[in-house]
Design a protein around this ligand. Structure first.
Ligand SMILES: Nc1ncnc2c1ncn2[C@@H]1O[C@H](COP(=O)(O)OP(=O)(O)OP(=O)(O)O)[C@@H](O)[C@H]1O
Ligand SMILES: [Mg+2]
Length: 245
């Protein structure tokens, strides 16, 4: 279980507050989807969980243990994994090596051929490829998702996994999330704007303006969005700035 207690984060140089007093409990074996308008703070929250950012105030607990001050690599060792919205490229490493490294600490035998298949890539075409700029955006995104799937994680965060993934593979990706959910005790957090992904979730978290504006079951939130009850831009609207989500 991952708990965020009144977590706030502001940019040091400008003192702009990006995350505002977030209280959030994420249980094991559940899929959470975080959605909301651009700039709402979703990726910042994910980076906070991963340890890329450290809270200005508040605490983060993993199964009761305070991990607030732990670095990215220490959190990775504790079983927290993150697939970036824009995955980084690595020169001088092949897809096969990257996946084997990712699977190294997984006590279950991971078949990297199956793993690539799960993200819609044919192993014989990709294992020998370099993880560099020669891979297309969608290919890179899939490979990064595969590296997160290769690890037996306590918390796995995927930032817009659907971005750049074609519609043909999208269904397969959704099935993959469901199957890791059934196989491991992992808490899965998926940041997404896609209804198909939101439908996979046990709970949906709506982030607006650095705060959680709603957290509920998918049925309630999706019904709210469809009936326009859950206005994603209420604060901005009130200020008259106006921005459609
Ligand atoms: N390191 C940073 N320095 C300054 N501002 C930042 C930094 N990181 C995030 N922000 C700002 O914080 C706000 C939230 O950004 P974030 O990337 O978390 O949004 P998001 O909800 O993921 O948006 P999107 O749906 O577009 O991916 C944005 O206004 C962004 O410009
Ligand atoms: Mg984002």
């Amino acid at each position: 279980m991952l708990e965020l207690e009144k977590v706030s984060w502001q940019v040091e140089e400008t003192e702009t507050e990006i995350l505002r007093s977030i209280d959030l409990t994420l249980a094991a074996q559940k899929i959470y989807a975080i959605t909301g308008p651009n700039g709402g703070g979703k990726s910042s929250l994910a980076k906070m969980i991963m340890g890329v950012y450290t809270p200005t105030s508040g605490r983060i607990l993993l199964d009761g243990q305070d991990i607030t001050q732990l670095s990215i690599s220490e959190r990775a060792r504790q079983g927290i994994g993150y697939a970036f919205q824009n995955p980084p490229r690595f020169k001088g490493i092949k897809v096969e090596e990257l996946l084997k490294l990712a699977a190294a600490n997984n006590p279950e035998k991971v078949n990297i051929y199956d793993l690539l298949y799960d993200v819609g890539l044919c192993a014989q075409d990709y294992l020998e490829r370099d993880v560099d700029a020669s891979l297309s955006g969608g290919e890179m995104k899939r490979i990064e998702i595969a590296t997160v799937l290769a690890r037996n994680l306590r918390v796995a965060v995927f930032d817009e996994p659907e971005a750049g993934i074609d519609l043909w593979s999208f269904q397969k990706l959704a099935e993959t999330f469901t199957s890791i959910h059934q196989k491991y005790d992992t808490t899965i957090v998926i940041i997404s704007h896609q209804e198909r992904i939101l439908e996979l979730a046990d709970e949906i978290i709506l982030m607006v303006n650095g705060k959680i504006s709603l957290q509920s079951t998918k049925d309630k939130i999706l019904a709210g969005i469809l009936h326009n009850e859950a206005c994603l831009c209420s604060e901005r609207c009130e200020k008259g700035v106006g921005q459609n989500a």
